[in-house]
Design a protein around this ligand. Sequence first.
Ligand SMILES: Nc1ncnc2c1ncn2[C@@H]1O[C@H](COP(=O)(O)OP(=O)(O)OP(=O)(O)O)[C@@H](O)[C@H]1O
Ligand SMILES: [Mg+2]
Length: 240
Amino acid sequence: MNTAYRLDDVRHCYGDRCVVDVPALEIATGEILAIIGPSGAGKSTLLRLLDFLESPTDGAITYAGDVVDGDVPLAIRRDVTTVFQRPMLLRRSVAANVRIGRKLRGLDTKGGDTERWLERLGLTELADAPARTLSAGEAQRVAFARALIVEPSVLLLDEPTGNLDPYNVGLLEDIVRAENADRGTTVVLVTHDEFQARRIANRTALMASGSIVELADTEAFFTAPEDPRTAAFLEGDLLY
Ligand SMILES: Nc1ncnc2c1ncn2[C@@H]1O[C@H](COP(=O)(O)OP(=O)(O)OP(=O)(O)O)[C@@H](O)[C@H]1O
Ligand SMILES: [Mg+2]
């Protein structure tokens, strides 16, 4: 297994409160890893660490074999893209918001890429619309197109389908699967939708109170969880 990420004794704390505490975690290159867990568990914080937007308070994050700390090399920054839980769009057109993903990375912005991604996400008719007028689900699809257009090696998704109708949920899941299969994109997907994890993830993890409670192949995770807290969570009990 080629390793995209390795976390060793990673903790991330605000004051004396540590919201992420992961002694060991490996994420394989080309896998789809789902992370589920209660609100406030530290899922989004973990994604911010994986995107190198924040440095852990303690411990080491290794990316593609190199420990990353302090100044993150541009090449690594450009390898990883996040679709945030609450995406921010620029006060420009939908097409400009999609194109900006490539511009910010110094990639060629000419050619049919923007049109192709708008089409894949059913946004062609909205290409010239001001982004601020979009519905939540439309904005989510624009953020997704903006992330995918840079063809990242790692795609971090923070509840990317929370505002979408079932048709568009399926559309996004198909695209994630296709990018993973065709380009070997590594995907870390935070979701509150257990069925989504079951549909697309190779492995699934439960995170609670900053810790990874259980991490297993998706099928085993859902059908034969080993940790009683996983079983409880899947049955709808509140976890702390
Ligand atoms: N900048 C910050 N300063 C202080 N506390 C923070 C900060 N960012 C996050 N936290 C706290 O860290 C904890 C984990 O937050 P995080 O956003 O990672 O949770 P989450 O698992 O993504 O939750 P949700 O499912 O609601 O999105 C929360 O209790 C949050 O209040
Ligand atoms: Mg979150």
